[in-house]
Design a protein. Structure first.
Length: 218
């Protein structure tokens, strides 16, 4: 059994940005580095059985580019992170939790405050909305994503981002918000992301000695 008390808050960094900004790409890379645990809310939703009640709810909202209701989303997220902890995939005393795709509105941010201690927010800034929309359309073809298959759905996702998600930035102190240019190769964006997250990790965790095995596939 993990020795983690459920009432302790998870030390976290939030990957933040509009649809197509590259949160998932950066999160996936960080998640491969010992000492970081990446959890994408959208991926948790996509992994649900489409025939389950929650799977149906997800399909109903995501196919229109809408957000799944807050209570359902946060409850699912809390259960998922607890399960990952029980399985020792996520070790809250050793790993910085990389939040991706949650919180998506101010209400979720308030609900999440009970569970996470947000040490930093990485705001992936993409000035060219049309370029991002093209990127999402290409990705939808490759990944078979219903939410990005139609341009009107992508545009709705952007509208939801601008109206509901962008205000989440005001929920956190400006001193922990770091703007990173999302335009560029994944490696160059990663370089800037690491400049933010490495000092946070260093100041909150005793890192394992370099080269020491740390994970199941280490
Ligand atoms: P993403 O992969 O993060 O772009 O999420 C894909 C879809 O999953 C979104 O368009 C929403 O329908 C749903 N979703 C993901 N995260 C959340 C969240 N935090 N709150 C509500 N809906 C979400």
């Amino acid at each position: 059994m993990p020795d983690y008390e459920p009432h302790e808050k998870y030390q976290s960094v939030l990957l933040f940005g509009a649809p197509g900004a590259g949160k998932g790409t950066q999160g996936a890379i960080l998640g491969r580095i010992p000492g970081f645990f990446h959890l994408s809310c959208g991926e948790v939703f996509r992994s649900l059985d489409i025939h389950s009640e929650l799977g149906q709810t997800f399909y109903e909202y995501s196919s229109k580019g809408e957000l799944v209701p807050d209570d359902v989303t946060v409850t699912m997220w809390v259960r998922n992170v607890a399960a990952q902890t029980t399985l020792s995939l996520f070790k809250p005393h050793d790993d910085l939790l990389i939040l991706d795709g949650i919180p998506r509105n101010v209400e979720q941010a308030k609900l999440m405050d009970e569970h996470v201690n947000v040490l930093g927010v990485i705001h992936l800034v993409c000035p060219d909305k049309e370029a991002m929309i093209k990127r999402l359309t290409r990705r939808a073809l490759k990944e078979n994503r219903v939410d990005d298959a139609k341009e009107n759905v992508i545009r709705n996702r952007w509208r939801v981002y601008e109206q509901e998600t962008a205000p989440v930035l005001e929920h956190y102190s400006s001193s922990i918000i770091h703007e990173v240019d999302a335009v560029g190769s994944p490696a160059s964006v990663l370089q800037h992301v690491l400049e933010v997250v490495v000092p946070i990790q260093d100041s909150h965790f005793n890192n394992p000695i370099s080269g020491e095995p740390t994970g199941p596939d280490a």
